[in-house]
Design a protein around this ligand. Structure first.
Ligand code: SF4
Length: 130
């Protein structure tokens, strides 16, 4: 499955897809050539998993209402997208952090709207043990 969101600067994409080796190579190549593709996670553990691949910067959804900095189990910082903070007056055009392919921080997007509670359930779901 592929889903892309193109930001206003048109310099970066957020990607949701099966990260097959060929996809990973193409994404890494695009990032190395200045067209930033972010990998998108549904949980902090998944964000750590994607970050460990060292293919691309990572974004994640967060539970609704979360406004503070988070840290993953692997001690990666999760910074809230400033455009989601009411009154911040920030947009992708003035921020642009998602377009930085060398970014170490994960960008977090608090869930909102009608699906926010469903996101909360998924976010706190414990992975099945093997
Ligand atoms: S972190 Fe910045 S660049 Fe990324 S989506 Fe939010 S406002 Fe846009």
């Amino acid at each position: 499955m592929f889903a892309f969101a193109l930001n206003r600067r048109r310099r970066n994409l957020k990607c949701r897809c099966d990260l097959l080796p060929a996809n990973a190579r193409a994404i890494a190549r695009a990032n190395a050539q200045g067209f930033t593709i972010n990998l998108s996670a549904d949980t902090l553990d998944e964000a750590d998993e994607l970050s460990r691949l060292k293919v691309a910067p990572v974004v994640t959804v967060l539970p609704p209402g979360q406004t503070g900095l988070s840290v993953t189990n692997d001690e990666r910082s999760v910074v809230i997208c400033p455009a989601t903070i009411e009154g911040a007056g920030v947009s992708c055009a003035t921020c642009g952090i998602c377009a930085n392919p060398r970014r170490r921080s994960i960008i977090g997007f608090p869930a909102h709207g009608s699906g926010a509670e469903k996101v909360r359930k998924v976010f706190y779901l414990k992975p099945e043990s093997v």
